[in-house]
Design a protein around this ligand. Sequence first.
Ligand code: ADP
Ligand code: MG
Length: 372
Amino acid sequence: MKLDAKALRYMTNEDFRVLTAVETGSRNHEIVPVTLITDIAKLRAGGVKKYLGDLAKRNLVSRMANAKYDGYRLTYGGYDYLALKTLSKRDSVVSVGNQIGVGKESDIYVVAGSDGNQCVLKLHRLGRLSFRNVKNKRDYLRRKQSPSWTYMSKLSAMKEYAFMQVLYEHGFPVPKPIDHNRHCVVMELIDAFPLRQIDDVKDPGKLYSELMDLIVRLAQHGLIHCDFNEFNILVGDDGKPILIDFPQMVSTSHPNAEEYFNRDVECIRVFFKRRFQYESYLYPKFRKDTKREFSLDVKVAASGFTAEQQNLLESYMEEISEKNPEINDDSDEDEDEDEDDEEEEESDAESGKDDSQEKHSSDERASCKNTH
Ligand code: ADP
Ligand code: MG
């Protein structure tokens, strides 16, 4: 969905009050009754219906005609507006520029911050895909209503920001987090391309080691990225990798930690082989190479992102990657280049295998992709 920056300019105080009232009402109602919107907005001169009509024309709310009562719900556009209004009040976003990315669950824009500096605005858009089972996990929320797309998107942004902050503070190569509100995260714009778009690197072996070191260092700090792939690694002119995209990160205490860790490692191995014809028998092993030295996972939990929220988001992530495999399938022109990978599997296994390293089975390669 495109961010309609123009809609932001033409908004009266009354429009804003009514839009905010729809958002407030959505906490307890999937479709917010007009009577409730009127109560919350408390407009002196009345006229809530007219404002709702105007907001609906601008796609900031939508009228639910078939409902048992006359009601409205917030649209992505309306939620975008409310977040941007807050971010601009705080001077974190002064103007919105071009869209530079469309993920399956996010839209990425270049924006200008208070000092005119270019930054990145990531709008999380969970709920584009169905999440029926997640609705069944509503006991996590201890309320009758199923989690809304606004809530899920907000959780995802909260999580991303919390992880980015902790990683940045501990010297990991990630964008500097700047601000967040609702489903939006503002961060440093990295002047680099995703590894996916890079055909040549000066020294693939060096980059490979740096990436494996990064996976290990994360694990030593109690974390696994879980989507450590060529889409989420940006590489600049200096050849240094920067890691992005954190909503699916987990703690190394997660029951599937080993599997997730191996999948991240395998993603890099497969990609380097395909893209750079680079293969190494040195690669980290979860049990041997990841002695915990710090507990950033605990720090993130302390930042206010609760285990309950983590569980809910995780069920969602699991469900969408199971249910929408075609979306996770990044197959394109270079996907079939090495169909015979498996045959080469054992051919030179004996050559200098390090004690602390282990080779994965080819089956694991299939599970390399998660989200991107
Ligand atoms: P998604 O969760 O949808 O995969 P990402 O955070 O991976 O979203 O971002 C999608 C794309 O947007 C990235 O592959 C990258 O090209 C671009 N991008 C995201 N964040 C930044 C950033 N901080 N600086 C530069 N480009 C970015
Ligand atoms: Mg990504």
